[in-house]
Design a protein around this ligand. Structure first.
Ligand code: N2P
Length: 383
């Protein structure tokens, strides 16, 4: 009799024990909401009543996985509208004018310096960003925003040369392929340079063995001459769809960002398919390393929602899904083990820096003198 009672209890209780053990390893109280929606609302500390219905994000092209926008909308009921800019200078001009309508922007390092000086950013409330704990400490507290008062790392990457191995079977090791007048006729109309007042003169500065932040007038005169001499051979200055044009082999060579090269290699979601011949290199003379950051605008009426979105982007699984898609480097340490094998293999094949490469990379900085690059670039483009 006693034994029968024991077995009866076991049969009744066992499924409950298993459910608790499997479903809630941390021992928290399981909810009965089948959708999971309610439990997210209570567990994640987000006050749903403070969320706006929409959030306007001003971002670089092909720089967020559309699936995570859908996921954010499903979880929080907020639609994120993404508009595109192609350079830090375009972004800054837009927000300096005021009433941009944007809540959130993604400026690079030196542009964060400018935005801080212009007082265009809202101070961050780091208590709303607990997922910052997942970020690589080496990428926090950088020169452009000590203490991360206004900016949170989004993605980082490199600037070098993407090329098609069919046309360069020996590979490329020098910027001379883009700047030596003797070499250029062979690629006339088949290559592009970034449309960027710091990156593009910066590549020539590296070619000349100078710092990317040099404002020495004699050196900048040489830079200007080299860029003007290059122009007749150039297909275009392109910071927007060089990924597609490399993949289609319209371009065989480009001064571009590591992730744009990665997208040309692997394809980009439903947008276009990849080309297995694409490689990326930081030439021996060196290249640029940079980081883009999430900054909430002071004029945003939706700062709370923007914080919730940033914290969502910092979830390791979301950061990995995003980095897998865009092919840039995630500053989210906890996301790295979650990346796809394909992306990790390509990182190892030169799309991410190793120790030796890091030594030849330089960050772009802003100071009182770097305004000369605006003038130089205006003259080059006007030629
Ligand atoms: C993405 C652009 C990368 C940003 N298309 C370069 N800072």
């Amino acid at each position: 009799m006693r034994q029968r009672f024991f077995w009866l209890m076991l049969v009744l209780v066992l499924p409950w024990l298993v459910a608790c053990g499997a479903g809630t390893p941390t021992g928290s109280v399981p909810t009965t909401d089948a959708s999971g929606g309610e439990s997210a609302a209570t567990d994640d500390g987000v006050d749903r009543t403070r969320l706006s219905r929409e959030l306007y994000f001003y971002n670089w092209s092909d720089y967020i996985n559309p699936e995570i926008l859908t996921q954010f909308e499903e979880e929080y009921g907020v639609r994120v509208i993404v508009d595109i800019f192609d350079s830090n200078e375009d972004l800054i001009a837009k927000i300096r004018a005021g009433n941009s309508g944007y809540d959130l922007i993604a400026p690079s390092d030196y542009a964060v310096q400018i935005i801080a000086l212009d007082d265009l950013a809202a101070p961050l409330d780091q208590t709303l960003l607990p997922n910052m704990q997942y970020l690589d400490p080496g990428l926090l507290n950088k020169y452009f925003d000590p203490g991360n008062v206004i900016s949170v790392p989004y993605m980082y990457g490199l600037t070098g040369i993407a090329y098609n191995r069919t046309f360069f079977p020996e590979g490329i090791t020098s910027w001379s392929v883009l700047f030596d007048p003797a070499q250029l006729p062979a690629f006339r109309g088949r290559f592009s340079m970034l449309d960027d007042e710091r990156e593009t003169p910066g590549a020539v500065l590296k070619y000349l063995g100078a710092s990317i932040n040099t404002t020495d007038p004699a050196i900048l005169q040489q830079v200007e001459t080299i860029l003007i001499d290059q122009k007749p051979f150039l297909a275009s200055y392109n910071s927007s769809d060089v990924n597609r044009r490399l993949a289609s082999e319209e371009f065989i060579l480009a001064h571009t960002w590591s992730g744009a090269a990665m997208q040309a290699r692997t394809g980009l979601g439903d947008e276009f398919s990849g080309n297995a011949n694409i490689a990326f290199v930081i030439p021996d003379e060196g290249g640029a390393i940079w980081m883009d950051n999430l900054v909430i605008l002071r004029e945003s009426p939706n700062a709370y929602t923007a914080h919730v979105f940033i914290n969502f982007l910092l979830r390791p699984d979301v950061a990995a899904t995003n980095a897998d898609y865009v092919g840039y480097l995630t500053p989210n340490e906890a996301a790295i083990p979650l990346l796809s094998q394909e992306v990790r293999d390509l990182y190892a094949a030169g799309f991410a820096p190793d120790e030796a490469m890091l030594e030849r990379l330089e960050w772009i900085e802003r100071d009182e003198d770097t305004v000369v690059f605006t003038e130089l670039w205006t003259r080059v483009k006007g030629q």
